[in-house]
Design a protein around this ligand. Structure first.
Ligand code: SAH
Ligand code: SF4
Ligand code: F3S
Length: 445
C-alpha cells in the first residue's frame, strides 16, 4: 500500500510522523511522493490560524488526487483533535481522524479501513498516561539525529495557547523506556539525540513518570556510552532548574544551545499571558546560562500584539531583545484560538499594528542573527555531517551540510567520499543570512 504523510507544526508532530512512517513501513507499506499515493496522512497544527488554514487548502487539493485513484485521507494531530468528526462532513474523503494520543492505534486502524471500504474511524480520546509505541526498526535504519519524546501534553494553559486542549494534560514517559530507546538508537548508529516535550523542564512533575527529575534524566542520557550530542526542547523559563543549567558545564556532549521562549518583555503582558516569570527572572536565567557556557546559543519565541499590548509594552520587548541579543528568534502575531482564555480578552490589537510591530522586531533581530553568525567566521567548529549539500541544478560532490554544536547550519567544502554521520572540524570562512560556509582541512581527504 502506497502512502504519503504531510506534516505541519512543531518537532512533536515531526517525531509523530516519523514514527508513523516507521510503523507503516514495518508492515510492508511504502512511503511515496504525493502523486503516487493512495492513502494520505495529514498531521496538523492548530497553534495559530495560519497553519490551520493551510490544512484546509491542502485537503482541497488532496481530494482531487483521491478521486482518480480510490484514495482516502487521514487527518491527525492538533487540528484533528480540535475539529474532530466535523472533518467527515466537510471532506468526505477523510476516513480517519486521530488526535495526538490516538497515534499508536493508527496503523491498525488503517488496516481496518483498507479491509472495509465504508468504514470511518475516529481516535480522539485522551489517554491517562503516556502512550508507549513500538520503536523497533530494522538493522542499519537508525537516523543520525533522532528525536526522542519524553512526555506528552502540557499543563501550563498559557492564556493564548491551544496546545493543552489539543495535546491534553502532561503525561511523562517512564525514564527506563526513554533510556532504553536512546541506548538502542545509539547502538544502531544515532549520534545526536534531541529530547522532546512541550515543557521538558517539568518532566516527572505530573506524577506519571517514575520519580526522576528532568535534570537527572538528562544526566543519564548524557552518560550513555557513544552518544555524541544531546539537545532538548522546549524549555519553559519558570521551570528551568539550576541543575539543568549546571548540566551544560558538566557534560561536554550536551550541546550549548537552548530554546527559551520569552513571549514578551513586559511584565504586565507576561502576567496576563499566565507565564509565571518576570523579565528580571528571565534575564537572570540568561546571565546564569552564559556564565555557565559562554558559547551558549540562545533562541526564543516572541508573540507581538497580545490583547492589551501597548506601545510601551512592546518597547520593553524590543529592549529585552537588545539586552539578551538572541542568536535567533521566532516571532508571531498573536492569533485568537478557539476556547483559550485570551480569545475573550478585551483590547485586541489591530492587525496592522501587529504587522508593524512584527516587522520592527524582526528587523531588530536580523541584526543580532547576522552578528551571531559573523562571530563564527575564523573559528573552527566540530560539525555533525547531515549529508550532501546539493544545490538545485548543480550537484557538487564535494559540498556538505552539517551543524555546529550551537545548532547553526554549516555548508562546507570537503572530500567527495561520504562524510554523512561523521563529526568533523570545519573552519568557518563566511557568514550568510541564515547559515555559514566553511571548509575542512586537507587531512580529511
Ligand atoms: N511549548 C512551547 C511552545 C509551543 S507553541 C513553549 O511553551 O515554549 C510555539 C510557539 O507558538 C509559542 O512559544 C508561542 O510563541 C507561539 N504561539 C502559541 N500560541 C500562539 C497564538 N495564539 N498566537 C501566536 N503565537 C502563538
Ligand atoms: Fe502552550 Fe504555554 Fe504549554 Fe507552551 S507552556 S505549550 S505556550 S500552554
Ligand atoms: Fe502545533 Fe500541536 Fe505542535 S498545535 S505547535 S502541532 S503541539
Amino acid at each position: 500500500m502506497k502512502f504519503h504523510i504531510v506534516t505541519f507544526g512543531c518537532q512533536m508532530n515531526d517525531a509523530d510522523s516519523a514514527w508513523l512512517e516507521l510503523a507503516l513501513t514495518r508492515r510492508g507499506w511504502e512511503h511515496v511522493p504525493e502523486e503516487q499515493a493512495r492513502v494520505f496522512v495529514v498531521n496538523t497544527c492548530s497553534v495559530r490560524e495560519k497553519p490551520e488554514h493551510k490544512v484546509y487548502s491542502l485537503l482541497g487539493r488532496l481530494k482531487r488526487y483521491c478521486e482518480g485513484r480510490d484514495g482516502f485521507i487521514c487527518v491527525g494531530g492538533c487540528v484533528a483533535q480540535q475539529v474532530g468528526q466535523e472533518f467527515w462532513r466537510r471532506f468526505p474523503r477523510v476516513r480517519l481522524v486521530f488526535g495526538p494520543d490516538g497515534l499508536a492505534s493508527v496503523p491498525d486502524s488503517l488496516e481496518k479501513l483498507m479491509a472495509r471500504p465504508g468504514l470511518r474511524i475516529s481516535l480522539l480520546d485522551f489517554a491517562d498516561s503516556y502512550q508507549e509505541r513500538d520503536f523497533s526498526r530494522g538493522p542499519g535504519k537508525a537516523p543520525i539525529q533522532a528525536y526522542v519524546s519524553i512526555m506528552q501534553g502540557c499543563d501550563n494553559f498559557c492564556a493564548y495557547c491551544i496546545v493543552p486542549y489539543t495535546r491534553g494534560r502532561q503525561k511523562s514517559r517512564s525514564s527506563s523506556n526513554i533510556l532504553q530507546e536512546c541506548s538502542e538508537l545509539v547502538q544502531a548508529g544515532t549520534r545526536e539525540i534531541t529530547l522532546l516535550g512541550q515543557n521538558v523542564n517539568s518532566y516527572g512533575l505530573d506524577g506519571e513518570g517514575d520519580g526522576l527529575s528532568f535534570a537527572r534524566l538528562l544526566e543519564e542520557i548524557c552518560k550513555i556510552p557513544g552518544v555524541k550530542r544531546v539537545r532538548f526542547t522546549t524549555s519553559h523559563p519558570k521551570d528551568l532548574a539550576p541543575e539543568v543549567i549546571a548540566a551544560f558545564e558538566r557534560f561536554p556532549n550536551l550541546c550549548p544551545a537552548l530554546h527559551l521562549p520569552l513571549q514578551s518583555g513586559s511584565n504586565s503582558v507576561l502576567k496576563r499571558m499566565g507565564r509565571r516569570y518576570t523579565k528580571e527572572k528571565y534575564l537572570d536565567l540568561v546571565n546564569r546560562l552564559r556564565q555557565t557556557r559562554p558559547d551558549m546559543v540562545l533562541s526564543t519565541d516572541i508573540i507581538v500584539g497580545f490583547p492589551g499590548e501597548t506601545e510601551a509594552d512592546f518597547s520593553q520587548t524590543l529592549d529585552l531583545v537588545r539586552k539578551v541579543a538572541f542568536d535567533s528568534s521566532f516571532s508571531f502575531k498573536y492569533s485568537d484560538r478557539p476556547g483559550v482564555r485570551a480569545a475573550s480578552f478585551a483590547d485586541k490589537v489591530p492587525e496592522e499594528i501587529k504587522g508593524f510591530r512584527l516587522d520592527l522586531l524582526q528587523r531588530e533581530q536580523d541584526v543580532f542573527t547576522e552578528r551571531s553568525l559573523q562571530n563564527l567566521v575564523g573559528s573552527t567548529r566540530e560539525c555533525l555531517v547531515e549529508g550532501r549539500s546539493l544545490k538545485p541544478g548543480t550537484p557538487d560532490e564535494t559540498l556538505w551540510k552539517g551543524r555546529e554544536p550551537g545548532g547553526r547550519i554549516v555548508n562546507f567544502s570537503g572530500p567527495a567520499r561520504d562524510l554523512t554521520g561523521e563529526l568533523i572540524p570545519v573552519t568557518i570562512t563566511q557568514a550568510k543570512k541564515h547559515s555559514v560556509f566553511g571548509e575542512v582541512g586537507k587531512s580529511y581527504d
